[in-house]
Design a protein around this ligand. Structure first.
Ligand code: HEM
Length: 301
C-alpha cells in the first residue's frame, strides 16, 4: 500500500520514531527572511503576492532522511522549505538540493525505503535488496548518481534547491506556463573539497550559518525553468532540458529563528497562491498527506 500512514511508517521503519521530530528531513535549522519579487514577475504569474515589493517569511534548511543526528557531511539531499505571504495568501516552497527526486511514484518510494530497512543480523541494509529495487525501479538511479558525484555542500547557503515537480503559472493575460522552480545561491555552488570532507567535524552547518548571517543576508534567486516539449510533467526523477528561465525574485535569509517557529507548522508543496497550480505528478500529489501524518505524530510526541 501507499497510503500517507504507510509512507510515514516506512520512513519510521528505517530511521526510528523520534519524539517531536519530522519523519523525513529530521535535522534542520529554522530561519526568517524576505522575498523580493522581480519587477517583471507579474508578466509570468498573476499571483497577487508577486506584485508586492517584499514578502515576509520563514523557513527551514534540512538534511534528508529521518535521523536527527545525521552528519553534516553525509552525501544525502539537503532541503530548503520557505513559507512567504502577503497577509492574505501563503506560498510554500519545499525544495531539495538535487534537480530530481529519488522516486517517480509512491510505489517506487515505498520500494526504495523497504529495500533499506536494516537487516536485523547486520544492522545494515541488505545490498541484495537494494540491487533488486534498482532493477524493478530504475527511476531511483538519477538522484543517487548525482549525490554520489559530489561531496556535501560546504554550507546550506552554497547549493541550489529544486522543486523537482512542475507547477502551472497563469500569467496576467491568462496563459499557463509549466515550470520547475529552483532557488539558486547568489554566492555560487560550493561543495566540500575531499580533504575538508575527511577532516571537517560532523557538525558544522549551524556555526557556518551563524557566521554568515552575522555578516550579511544569505541570498537566492527564485528561477522558473519553462517546460519544453519532452519535459515530463509526471516524472520528478527526470531532469528537464528546457533552456528558457524566468527569474521571479530574490530570497534573502536574514536571521536564525527558534526551532519552535518551524516546528509549529508543516511546509506543504501544495500551499500555493491563486494563479499557481500543482501538476498531476503522483509524487507531488502524495506528499501533502504524508507530511500531515508526520506533523500529527510529531505534535503528539
Ligand atoms: C512521496 C514522496 C515524498 C514523501 C512521502 C515525503 C515525505 C516527507 C515527510 C513525511 C516529511 C516531514 C514533514 C513534516 O513533519 O513536517 C518531509 C519533509 C520534507 N520533504 Fe519530503 N517527501 C517526499 C518527497 C519530497 C520531494 C520530491 C521533495 C523536494 C523536491 C521533498 C522535500 C522535503 C523537504 C525540504 C522537507 C523538510 C521540510 C521542513 O523542513 O519542514 N520531499 N517529506
Amino acid at each position: 500500500g501507499t497510503t500517507p500512514t504507510e509512507m510515514v511508517d516506512a520512513l519510521n521503519n528505517i530511521f526510528g520514531r523520534h519524539a517531536g521530530v519530522r519523519a523525513a528531513h529530521a535535522k534542520g535549522l529554522c530561519v526568517t527572511g524576505q522575498f523580493e519579487p522581480a519587477s517583471n514577475a507579474s508578466n509570468f504569474t498573476s499571483a497577487a503576492m508577486f506584485k508586492k515589493p517584499a514578502l515576509n517569511g520563514f523557513g527551514r534548511f534540512s538534511i534528508g532522511g529521518g535521523n536527527p543526528g545525521i552528519s553534516d557531511k553525509s552525501r544525502t539531499a539537503r532541503g530548503l522549505a520557505f513559507r512567504m505571504g502577503d497577509g492574505k495568501e501563503n506560498y510554500d516552497l519545499v525544495l531539495i538540493s538535487e534537480p530530481v527526486s529519488f522516486a517517480a511514484t509512491p510505489e517506487s518510494f515505498m520500494s526504495f525505503l523497504q529495500a533499506r530497512v536494516p537487516d536485523p543480523a547486520t544492522g545494515k541494509p541488505n545490498p541484495e535488496k537494494i540491487a533488486a529495487h534498482n532493477i524493478q525501479f530504475p527511476d531511483g538511479k538519477a538522484q543517487a548518481a548525482l549525490l554520489a558525484s559530489h561531496p556535501a555542500p560546504a554550507s546550506y547557503s552554497t547549493t541550489a534547491y529544486h522543486s523537482t515537480s512542475a507547477f502551472g503559472f497563469t500569467s496576467k493575460k491568462g496563459k499557463n506556463t509549466w515550470a520547475r522552480l529552483s532557488l539558486v545561491p547568489v554566492a555560487g555552488t560550493v561543495y566540500l573539497d575531499e580533504a575538508t570532507e575527511a577532516s571537517q567535524p560532523d557538525q558544522f552547518l549551524q556555526a557556518d550559518l551563524q557566521r554568515r548571517l552575522a555578516e550579511k543576508a544569505i541570498e537566492f534567486d527564485l528561477v522558473a525553468q519553462h517546460r519544453t516539449p519532452g519535459d515530463s510533467l509526471q516524472d520528478s526523477t527526470m531532469q528537464w532540458s528546457g533552456s528558457k528561465h524566468t527569474t521571479l525574485g530574490r530570497l534573502k535569509i536574514t536571521a536564525q529563528a527558534d526551532a519552535a517557529l518551524c516546528d509549529a507548522v508543516t511546509f506543504l508543496p501544495t500551499i500555493l497562491p491563486a494563479g499557481v497550480k500543482a501538476s498531476d505528478d503522483p509524487i507531488l500529489q502524495a506528499r501533502a498527506g504524508a507530511y500531515a501524518v508526520s506533523f500529527g505524530r510529531r505534535l503528539a510526541k
